[in-house]
Design a binder for this molecule. Structure first.
Ligand SMILES: [Zn+2]
Length: 415
């Protein structure tokens, strides 16, 4: 794997770079998509898919979602595709014990792989069982058998990366060391060409982050990933992770040698900040000032889908609009959801259909906005650069200000 930095913004940590893995390349900031194949028995009004069209959902919902989600446009050749599943208590319990459970997980993940893209295979281990059975029982810490099985599952699905199996809510370094050591041994023994991901689940103990970064860097990691577990931002965790990566890799004010480059992906960042306001700040795109290269977003935090609460994603002002507030927003998107339809028409459907339309729009709008961010960073001149562009987004102004204070703090401590 190689990471080539093309340009960076002087006021933020954001950069555009080219990620190359086994001959495939992705220019960033780039949208990452999560691929989901709906169960074949699902009834759907969606016409048969073209071969290059994928279904998308967040990993958290990937095994509970029953409707088919149509992306509706081709995934770019240089996209990073997250092949994810948030594991249930039953699946975690069967790993390393039942060949059936392990094989079923492998085949589910394999079915989500999008050919000719960079597939990031992500069997996610949550803190507790998901809400599909209306319980929230904690999942016991992973055993050595379960860790080994999860590494093997990823090698079997055969993406370019392997993520050390770490459970959401990680609170001790020993558990981390067991998972990383097992991953290193498996990769060295069987597939030396795989890249190990410097993965941080949602953490209970952020004081172990410096040691984790140290061990990841010693293992040769340059591709890092953070799971925000559905939060819009996790400032203390992000500050610490970004600071220690940059410090350990000696990435200061300006990027240096090729070997010092890194790539940062964020899993499960909420699309917008939770709010009862008619317009909430969108938050996935404003992770980019931290130096985040790609994200996978969570569109809906759970509960019953109700049309009046479903929000429209606007990159013109970084606002996330409930339908009642859309009157003053000028629609300027050309995605398959928006082209030729008024807001009223987009919202005239059962809640699940509206949800699918809005998700398709969100993915399209996000990808387009990533392109604009890249342009700004590449322009590299004071007036057209990324930082002044961020100040043109009034609906997220206070969130942007907070992130910029974090970024300032990180940069100040690096000097
Ligand atoms: Zn649109």
């Amino acid at each position: 794997m190689e990471i080539e930095w093309l340009a960076e913004d002087l006021q933020t940590l954001a950069h555009t770079s080219k990620l190359t893995i086994s001959g495939k390349s992705a220019v960033t900031p780039q949208v990452a998509q999560t691929s989901l194949q709906a169960p074949p028995q699902t009834l759907t009004k969606v016409p048969p898919q073209a071969s290059k069209v994928a279904q998308v959902a967040s990993p958290q919902r990937a095994d509970t979602l029953t409707e088919q989600d149509t992306f509706g446009f081709e995934i770019p050749k240089n996209a990073l595709v997250v092949v994810g599943e948030s594991l249930t208590r039953q699946t975690v319990g069967g790993l390393g014990k039942s060949a059936e459970t392990t094989d079923a997980l492998i085949s589910r993940l394999k079915s989500k792989v999008v050919p000719d893209r960079i597939n990031l295979v992500y069997p996610r281990v949550p803190f507790g069982s998901d809400a599909s059975d209306h319980t929230s029982l904690p999942i016991p810490p992973l055993s050595r058998h379960q860790i080994a099985a999860l590494v093997d599952v990823q090698l079997e699905v055969d993406g370019p990366f392997v993520i050390p199996p770490l459970q959401s809510g990680l609170d001790n370094l020993k558990q981390f060391e067991i998972a990383l050591d097992r991953t290193i041994v498996s990769v060295q023994t069987f597939r030396s060409s795989k890249e190990i991901v410097g993965y941080f689940p949602r953490m209970e103990a952020i004081d172990i982050i410096p040691d984790m970064v140290e061990k990841y860097v010693k293992a040769g990691v340059h591709f890092f990933a953070v799971d925000l577990a559905g939060a819009s931002n996790a400032p203390s965790q992000m500050r610490m992770i970004v600071f220690h990566i940059r410090q350990r890799l000696k990435i200061g004010k300006r990027s240096g040698e090729k070997s010092e480059k890194y790539y940062l992906h964020v899993f499960n960042v909420a699309t917008a900040r939770k709010s009862i306001q008619p317009v909430a700040p969108i938050s996935d795109i404003i992770t980019h000032p931290y130096g985040v290269d790609s994200t996978s977003g969570v569109m809906w935090g759970g509960g019953q889908l109700e049309t009046p609460k479903l929000r429209y994603y606007s990159t013109s002002d970084y606002g996330h609009y409930r339908p009642a507030a859309l009157g003053k927003l000028a629609k300027s998107c050309s995605c398959p959801t928006c082209s030729g339809s008024s807001f009223k028409e987009i919202y005239s459907a059962p809640a699940h259909a509206v949800f699918r339309r809005l998700r398709r729009h969100r993915l399209f709008a996000y990808a387009e906005e990533c392109g604009r961010i890249s342009e700004r960073i590449n322009a590299g001149e004071p007036v057209k650069s990324y930082w002044p562009y961020l100040t043109t987004k009034p609906a997220a102004a206070s969130d942007i200000a907070k992130i910029m204070r974090d970024v300032k703090e990180i940069r100040a401590n690096l000097r």
